[in-house]
Design a protein around this ligand. Structure first.
Ligand code: SIN
Ligand code: CO
Length: 383
């Protein structure tokens, strides 16, 4: 986080005092902010089959009804004047300008980004008091909303029984903020909140969530099994004194030592993590373009195009063990010898890749091969 991004607070102070602990209100965090997406465009996205969306109505029977998209255009003309909101997930994947907002969040690991959800709320629109299992930055895009924040909750916090969604039975307000365009509010995971639109408008929820340990272990096991061939067997020594059906504790100890040794392999841990977190959010979605440039063509495009950009849905993760870089893009692995940190960071860290710096690598066959593969698989494109 830089002074320029969210005024008045450094990233060190943010992590020390707020991240995961308490809410932070940042009035005018984005001075002069103008919403990159309009309410009409958002409604258009909610009509697409491939986009996850929902409409929440407060005053139905039962109260708090949720309808899941995709929607037909007709539904928008049938909604009441007030007390409803439309929520569209992962708008960053479909809208490049919304995706650009992420450049302001480069102080956080992008592989923990869940998505940017954009909501439009009619006057008095609300999704009720609830809590979420992610840390979220709320950025007001247009109109204004009142955010009430309450206690931290757990899976045991009582919920309303007759609602379509998880609404808290009790909500005790501890703080309250009114957000106008450009204002931002950070809400830590599991802190209850209740937001109501005072003036109709758009809000951006930039949500971060770590994958579960369970998901990671499953991936790690897959990576372990790739290096363990059938000849590596469980211990068969020290068999004396065993009853034919008894498993001695010494055997369990031996097995545990073997597993610890496997867990000491940092490459397996890193590759499992990077592969998992670099996979696309919607893996079944087809890549927008199927190009097939040669390295020579790529070199010429680099020299003549104005900009090389990351595709919105592409995900990039890299690590360095024993000075060797391993890079993952959309679950695909790229191995490098020593000295490639700068290239990989240049290509992976920003949505628009700095062409002037990239040109410096354009005589390196390894760099050209890497860029060609990334462009041909649709992760990067020339603008
Ligand atoms: C909204 O944007 O309408 C509500 C988001 C939330 O409370 O998590
Ligand atoms: Co919420």
């Amino acid at each position: 986080m830089t002074e320029r991004d969210f005024r008045f607070i450094s990233s060190d102070r943010f992590f020390e005092e707020y991240w995961g602990k308490k809410a932070l209100y940042l009035p005018n965090a984005f001075p002069g902010f103008s919403s990159p997406i309009s309410a009409e465009e958002l409604a258009g996205l909610a009509c697409e089959d491939s986009v996850e969306s929902r409409i929440v109505l407060e005053k139905g029977t039962p109260a708090w009804q949720v309808k899941h998209g995709s929607f037909s255009e007709k539904i928008f003309s049938q909604l009441p004047e007030s007390h409803w909101s439309l929520m569209v997930q992962a708008v960053n994947l479909w809208h490049p300008e919304v995706n650009e907002l992420l450049e302001h969040f480069n102080f956080l690991p992008r592989h923990y980004l869940d998505d940017i959800m954009v909501s439009y709320a009619a006057i008095q629109g609300s999704v009720g008091p609830h809590f979420d299992y992610y840390d979220v930055f709320i950025l007001q895009g247009s109109g204004s909303r009142l955010w009430q924040l309450g206690e931290f909750c757990t899976k045991d916090s009582p919920l309303l029984e007759d609602a379509d969604m998880a609404i808290l039975k009790q909500f005790k307000r501890r703080e309250e903020y009114r957000l106008y365009p450009g204002d931002m509010l950070y809400i830590p995971m599991q802190q209850s909140h209740w937001c109501t639109a005072i003036e109709a408008g758009l809000s951006y929820s930039i949500g971060y969530r770590a994958p579960s340990l369970n998901e990671f272990i499953n991936r790690w096991i897959e990576h372990c099994s790739q290096v363990l061939d059938e000849s590596i067997r469980l211990p068969m020594d020290d068999l004396k004194n065993a009853s034919p059906t008894y498993v001695p504790e010494s055997f369990i100890d031996q097995l545990q030592r073997r597993l610890k040794k496997l867990a000491e392999n940092r490459s397996l841990i890193a590759s499992a993590f990077a592969e998992m977190t670099s996979e696309k959010k919607y893996p079944d979605e087809e890549s927008t373009e199927g190009v097939c440039y040669s390295v020579k063509e790529l070199k010429s495009l680099l020299a003549h195009s104005t900009c090389l950009r990351q595709r919105e849905e592409a995900r990039f993760v890299w690590y360095c063990i024993h000075n060797k870089v391993t890079a993952y893009c959309n679950g695909q692995q790229f191995d490098f010898d020593q000295g490639y940190e700068r290239l990989v960071s240049l290509v992976f860290d920003h949505r628009r890749i700095d062409k002037r710096e990239l040109i410096a690598h354009s005589d390196d066959p390894v760099a050209l091969d890497f860029l060609t593969k990334l462009v041909n698989c649709g992760a990067l494109y020339f603008e």
